[in-house]
Ligand binder design. Sequence first.
Ligand SMILES: Cc1ncc(COP(=O)(O)O)c(C=O)c1O
Length: 438
Amino acid sequence: MTQDLTAGSHYWMPFTPNRDFQLHPKLVIGAKDQYYTDAAGRRILDGLSGLYTSPAGHGRESIADAVSRQLRELDFVPGFLRAHPKVYELTQRLTAMLPAALNHAFYVNSGSEAIDTAMKLCLAYHRARGEASRTLFVSRERAYHGVNLGGIALGGLAGNRRVYTGALPHVFHMRHTALPENRFTPGQPKHGAELADDLLRLVQLHGAENIAACFVEPIAGSTGVLPPPVGYLDRLREICTAHGILLVFDEVICGFGRTGKAFAAQTFGVTPDVMTLAKAITNGALPMAAVAVNDRIRDTIFQAAPDGAIEFYHGYTWSSHPVCCAAALAAFDIYEGESLFARGEALAPYFQQQLFTLADLPVVTDVRGFSMLGGIDLKPSGAPGSRGYEVQKKLFDRGLHLKNTGDAITLAPQLIFTREQVDEMIAVLRTVLQECKV
Ligand SMILES: Cc1ncc(COP(=O)(O)O)c(C=O)c1O
């Protein structure tokens, strides 16, 4: 039945081998709490929280009700020159959740838009304070910052960049932190804090006066989950502060309880100047994202503009969409009402312990994990990435939704998982990984 729908279809899928998918479709027709339902009516455990989007599980009635009410009350008003009350309420609640210094929010619709918006904010800030020469960006190998041209330039996954190299803004990459001596280390690795000094080398080479900002994911997610070495983020903060470089945390995956606290900045005790957020802001119910900045950035940009002028020439048709704001507010009610982040934090040690039991399998070459995130590297077989791709297909067929990036498998269980669901996830992984020929 499903192949009848997909074979020869004109639908072009994102980040998917389309031709293989048409032959081996994985159609999902429903979702409730911790499970998807596929086209055959089977339950599929959601070990990735959708796509890191849905920590409170699927089909939450209160979000559906809030969205439906909002559609009837005010379905749309532009964010340009107009506003609506819910965006103020959302900003007040979001900034209360963020590190205290980050108290202004600009809304967009995806993580990729948040990243490109953050890049423009950094450039606008330096220009406003009379340092327009700061136009270079620093990021890191193996980073993922979305797919718009700014984010692709910052990104450090080769496959995502190669086709577009000539069209990208100037970005220099620090080395990644996946050191061989850190293999199979639970939590933050001990080795590698000194890799933050790559930023210092770039300052020495290009001149701080030319560098606008340093972008990092506190935990690099998409690449297969690389927690920061102990002291690494603190060192980046020190170097940025010493050289007038803005530190940007991309918390598109890490935000909203994924690392135990609301944001990884709080978990690791390092405050950036700018933060990008997306995904779980609405529990995945509707597209929404945000860029949060501190007073200094907002005030500098505001004060540089003449009275009555637009301060920041930027925005999207869907920025601050009232229905997305309603979805986010309903998601925040769940997060607070169910103490969801604390619930994830309480389950995390058990999840981590079970995750690391997979280290004995011959196909597994590394396991990494922090709080409610996990990554497993698999021994390649054939072309790079083909093992990972085949494994994620088999996992789905056995009733588990996870994702691969190349030959790494990433796990991001919903924060409402029970211990039994952690066991179910690990059991399916063990079965499938045991079947891999090495
Ligand atoms: C860290 C990070 N930044 C940015 C993005 C891009 O977000 P989106 O897919 O919503 O554009 C992602 C997506 O996974 C991400 O993981």
